[in-house]
Design a protein around this ligand. Structure first.
Ligand code: PMP
Length: 305
């Protein structure tokens, strides 16, 4: 019996009772926009912090605009409901929260009315820095969707079917995950995270016009790098730059920092996780637990004093 409580259409219900119509546009066509937002529990202070809540809700509303959805609630209300449902679950651990605005009722892919929202917080632990595992990646033979087909800048449920083709292919071929090239032949991102190369002490990441989601974690890492005096290049990236990288990692709300230790069987850093990858993940964990005061404005305290 699932005990998680969900905010759905203005009510708090048990996950097992949170229902949508099978004929809804979200069920039939993946017509929904969503965000994955993490909350981290600080074990010393007993606080629960939501990470980049404002930034996520801004992106949610931008996705709505692109796909032609009038958000059913204001930004302020979404944030209020978010706090309300996370508190109602009373977790004393890390949490991953799905905020989804979806095509409700009976409708089709072109419906422009009848949208509502759910907010679903589920416990999900951070990856322990002592148990970081290097993943194997391949360049997918599937291409990333692009701005003139299905804009990857919008976080829309149906976009993830492109991710699915690539992810399942990578798994079938014995890799942990795929890396997409865009239709321009340049490196885009992975199926659910953005990507950074470390080369000669510099960070290199595909620019935001390289068929990627404008990742919030990516922006945080760029800020970390600037403060640490690490140079960052945001530009077009060739696939062979991945093979010749000193270090490589994915970044994202769910991925946190995920080291990649080979691409198409080219070993990166002799198959070991690199020093800068570790340093940045340590920085990230300090940030999410509220220890980095300079980044405190990205945290929203949900539980605690
Ligand atoms: N790209 C894709 C396709 C994603 O699904 C995600 C996860 N939201 C990211 C990048 C990383 O974005 P963020 O850092 O905002 O979670």
């Amino acid at each position: 019996m699932v005990k998680n409580k969900i905010w759905l259409r203005g009510k708090i219900v048990l996950e097992s009772e949170a229902m949508v119509n099978i004929l809804s546009p979200t069920s039939q066509f993946g017509l929904n926009v969503f965000e994955g937002i993490r909350c981290y529990w600080s074990y010393d202070k007993k606080n629960l912090y939501a990470i980049c809540l404002n930034e996520h809700i801004d992106r949610l509303f931008e996705s709505c605009k692109l796909i032609g959805i009038q958000p059913p609630y204001t930004k302020g209300k979404v944030i209020d409901y978010f706090k309300q449902i996370v508190i109602a679950n009373n977790y004393k651990s890390d949490v991953a929260v799905r905020v989804t605005i979806f095509g409700d009722g009976i409708g089709s892919w072109h419906s422009t009315e009848n949208f509502d929202m759910f907010i679903a917080p589920i416990e999900k632990q951070r990856t322990d820095i002592n148990n970081l595992i290097g993943k194997t990646a391949c360049i997918s033979s599937w291409q990333r969707i692009n701005d003139n087909i299905m804009p990857p800048r919008a976080k829309i449920g149906a976009n993830y079917m492109n991710s699915r083709y690539a992810y399942l292919q990578a798994k079938r071929d014995g890799y942990d995950l795929p890396i997409f090239l865009g239709t321009d032949g340049k490196v885009a991102e992975s199926s659910g995270a953005c990507l950074f190369i470390v080369k000669k002490g510099k960070l290199i990441t595909p620019e935001t016009t390289s068929s990627i989601l404008e990742s919030i974690t990516r922006n945080i890492i760029v800020e970390f790098a600037k403060i640490k005096g690490i140079e960052v290049e945001e530009r077009k990236v060739d696939r062979t730059e991945l093979y010749l990288a000193d270090e490589l990692f994915l970044a994202g709300t769910a991925a946190e920092i995920t080291p990649i230790t080979s691409v198409d069987k080219f070993n990166i850093n002799n198959g070991n996780i690199g020093k800068i990858t570790y340093e940045l993940y340590k920085e990230y964990l300090d940030f999410v637990s509220g220890a980095n005061k300079a980044f405190g404005h990205y945290l929203t305290k949900i539980i605690g004093r």
